[in-house]
Write a protein that binds this ligand. Structure first.
Ligand code: ADP
Ligand code: ZN
Length: 440
């Protein structure tokens, strides 16, 4: 156990639960009033169930409020859900899908400040101090990972190394030369880096690296052990999603017993995945739903993440009272995360529907080979294409490969199969086989 635990904001992070709930209740009232007055979509949703902002008086009243879905953001693309005028928005981010159905989020100056503070708290949870050098290998750009971590590091007064993703050779060089104490990237990239070090003859034990902050995709305890032993570091889990802010919604402390949620800004609920009724018991799993309590750019009320998880409200050994999120165990929808990119089977389906020569019968195989996610899609040919020359078939396969890559942002190997050979399902179609489960 670390005998010298610091906090970024002791008052908030160690606040008695009753006080935290009062604060959350007050902020909830404010944010509901704000969205009712500024976002027509929220007003319409509340009017439809005859709910007025004055009906929300404390935290318990949250269950009266309607949910928000990713579809709400898509339907109001790009700025329809914004609660602040564009002149007050100082940054935009968007989720990683590259189709026209991006989910766009906007931040005011205050939003960026709070987000940076949330990330700074996370860094301190993992033992960072203003003296730390932090290597950021998350992508910089529309994706929230890189810039999100970056501003948190600066907020703390630590040193950011904005390497961004890719270029493994350079990453290895800088890890040796700049001597960072902490690395931030996806857990699968951490494993990849460890392998690359082995190949290049770099001894992880010779580096100053002490910890890694890994997120943006689900990972198991087995993966944690593998990363920790391969890289000789402590591996911490960080959770976030662009709709709520990006990385920094929650992060593990040095106890590694769940991720403390920055719940004074991002209020979590766990709901029964079938009935959507609130679950109040600790460690009982359900769908994770967030309400942003202080956001101005695009506040979200009861946003359904579709992530499955549980929380525990018990005070942590680190002294923090912030509720802890247990590891994300799965999803309630069919979203896949492939090399950090969110992919929905429906995106692939819509490309197939537009393509003459193939049927919208397909099956997606996801695997992890040499520590990298692979994607292969089997698609049925039409009878006509099946009887065509091989050259025509190959041309279509190439076109489909390009169209799918541009729709989902990830390269997939496309295999065209004979008509009526893929299994048909009678109920809800099962389009995916994920061989990564159980693998590290
Ligand atoms: P992206 O980060 O790819 O731009 P999002 O912000 O929408 O897109 O991705 C958020 C999703 O990523 C979460 O809803 C969750 O499914 C997944 N995710 C993020 N961090 C973690 C984590 N630490 N563990 C498991 N899943 C995570
Ligand atoms: Zn803790």
């Amino acid at each position: 156990m670390n005998g010298n635990i610091g906090y970024y904001d002791r008052k908030i992070e160690c606040m008695p639960r009753s006080e935290m709930e009062v604060l959350q209740g007050e902020r909830l009232k404010e944010i509901v009033k704000r969205v009712y007055e500024t976002v027509p979509r929220y007003r319409a949703k509340m009017d439809a169930i005859k709910l007025k902002p004055s009906d929300i008086n404390s935290l318990e009243d949250i269950s009266k409020l309607p949910f928000t879905e990713k579809q709400d953001l898509r339907d109001s693309y790009p700025y329809g859900m914004f609660s602040a005028p564009i002149k007050d928005i100082v940054r935009l981010h968007a989720s990683s899908a590259t189709t026209g159905k991006l989910t766009v989020v906007g931040y005011t100056k205050k939003d960026l400040d709070i987000w940076a503070e949330a990330v700074a708290r996370c860094l301190v949870m993992t033992g960072a101090t203003p003296e730390s050098i932090v290597h950021v290998a998350y992508g910089y750009g529309l994706f929230t990972g890189g810039l999100g971590m970056h501003y948190g590091i600066e907020k703390l007064g630590a040193t950011a190394v904005p390497v961004s993703s890719g270029n493994t050779q350079k990453q290895l060089q800088l890890l040796q030369d700049f001597g960072p104490e902490i690395i931030c990237c996806t857990p699968s990239y951490a494993i990849y880096l460890a392998e690359a070090m082995k190949e290049e003859g770099v001894d992880p034990a010779s580096l100053k690296l002490r910890a890694g902050i890994f997120g943006a995709e689900p990972w198991s305890e087995a993966m944690r052990q593998a990363i920790e032993s391969k890289l000789h570091i402590k591996a911490y889990d960080i959770y976030g999603l662009s709709e709520i802010c990006g990385p920094g919604v929650a992060c593990e402390c040095e106890m590694q017993k769940g991720m403390h949620i920055n719940e004074d800004h991002y209020f979590p609920e766990i709901l029964d995945a079938d009935t959507l009724e609130p679950i109040y018991e600790d460690n009982e799993e359900g769908e994770l739903v967030f309400t942003t309590l202080t956001k101005e750019g695009i506040p979200l009320i009861r946003y359904r993440t579709h992530d499955l998880a549980s929380v525990t409200r018990e005070k942590c050994e680190c002294g923090r009272t912030l509720v802890r999120l247990n590891k994300i165990s799965g999803r309630t929808d069919d979203m896949l995360i492939i090399r950090g990119v969110n992919v929905f089977p429906s995106q692939i389906e819509s490309v197939l529907l537009k393509c003459v020569g193939v049927e919208p019968h397909y099956h997606i195989y996801v695997d992890r080979v040499n520590n990298l996610d692979t994607l292969e899609i089997h698609v049925e040919m039409s009878e006509k294409l099946f009887s065509d020359e091989a050259k025509v078939v190959e041309q279509l396969r190439e076109k489909l490969t390009a169209d799918i890559a541009s729709a989902i942002g990830v390269h997939a190997k496309i295999k065209l199969v004979s008509p009526r050979t893929l299994p048909r399902s009678e109920g809800k179609a099962k389009h995916t086989t994920d061989y990564r489960k159980g693998k590290i």
